[in-house]
Design a protein around this ligand. Structure first.
Ligand SMILES: [Zn+2]
Length: 66
C-alpha cells in the first residue's frame, strides 16, 4: 500500500479573527456600529430586526427611521 495520502485529518487552517471582535465594525446600509441598550448600558447590544433595534434582555425596542 502506498502511504502518499493521509486521510482522516484535515490540514490545520488559521482561523479568522473571532466574530465577537467584529461587532464594532459592521459596514451595513444603516448601522455602522452596534447600538448598545440605553437601559442595560454598554455591553448589551441591540439586535437588529427589520426596521427596529431590539434588546433581548429588557425588551427595549427602538424604531429606525427611513
Ligand atoms: Zn436592554
Amino acid at each position: 500500500m502506498a502511504k502518499g495520502e493521509k486521510k482522516g485529518k484535515k490540514p490545520h487552517k488559521n482561523k479568522p479573527t473571532s466574530k465577537k471582535y467584529k461587532m464594532y465594525k459592521i459596514d451595513g446600509d444603516t448601522i455602522k456600529r452596534e447600538r448598545s441598550c440605553p437601559r442595560c448600558g454598554a455591553g448589551v447590544f441591540l439586535m437588529k430586526a427589520d426596521n427596529r433595534l431590539y434588546c433581548g434582555k429588557c425588551h427595549y425596542t427602538e424604531f429606525l427611521k427611513r
